[in-house]
Design a protein around this ligand. Structure first.
Ligand code: DX5
Ligand code: ZN
Length: 217
């Protein structure tokens, strides 16, 4: 497997200095920027929308990895494409109120990478039929809505199963990812790490990113 990808989640960044935070985390070795979009319906929190993603686009050339924790993702996909998303990940749960197959096709037809994700409570069976229609599977290792939660090690069986079924797609984990849980996730087959708290609450972003990769020193 190639180099582990580290995608800092700006949900945990200091939004009063978002520009500085983006430049700082890029200089620290981030590979992607993870944008956690929350609508207050699909999850019990509200974060930011396409306007902010567009501002982030103007601040960095890093790939923007957009995670839609919203209802009716299909309705909003065009706005995130226009904002400059490189990858858009949607939820498989019925509560997300969209046709998963159609939305994934809509994302790919726009020339954007398509991701699918599932909550800890959701069975892996729900995403299995889509593995050949996506570029990335995001296995949530916390219940979505808030940063700073504890890693759910029970979700590793989903990572392991996805990797055993498909060696092509990226497998991303999101929630409670630090040096220790990153190691566990990589061991089980993940290759993309979303981290908010463990990076943006660190004094040394570069050291935090190196530790996530498992780089010594
Ligand atoms: C949950 C969010 C968080 C965020 C990362 O809805 O998706 O998982 O990205 O949170 P940390 O790294 O602070 O647990
Ligand atoms: Zn996320």
């Amino acid at each position: 497997m190639g180099r582990v990808i580290v995608a800092p989640s700006i949900l945990a960044a200091d939004f009063s200095r978002l520009g500085d935070e983006i430049h700082r985390v890029e200089a620290a070795g981030a590979d992607w920027i993870h944008c956690d979009i929350m609508d207050g319906h699909f999850v019990d929190n509200i974060s930011f929308g396409p306007e902010i993603v567009g501002r982030v686009r103007g601040l960095t050339s890093l790939p923007l990895d957009v995670h839609l924790m919203i209802e009716h993702a299909d309705h909003y996909v065009p706005r995130f494409i226009k904002a400059g998303a490189n990858s858009i990940t949607v939820h498989v749960e019925p509560e997300a109120k969209h046709s998963v197959a159609k939305t994934l096709q809509q994302i790919r037809d726009a020339g954007c990478r398509a991701g699918l994700t599932l909550n800890p409570e959701t069975s892996f069976d729900s995403v299995e039929p889509f593995l050949d229609k996506i570029d990335m599977l995001l296995v949530m290792t916390v219940h979505p809505g808030f940063g700073g939660q504890s890693f759910r090690a029970d979700q590793m069986q989903k990572v392991k199963r996805a990797r055993s079924l498909n060696s092509r797609i990226d497998i991303e984990v999101d929630g409670g990812i630090n040096a220790e849980t990153a190691r566990i996730s990589i061991e089980n087959g993940a290759n993309v790490l979303v981290a908010g708290t463990s990076i943006f609450h660190a004094t040394d972003y570069a050291k935090a990113i190196r530790e996530l990769r498992g780089d010594p020193g």
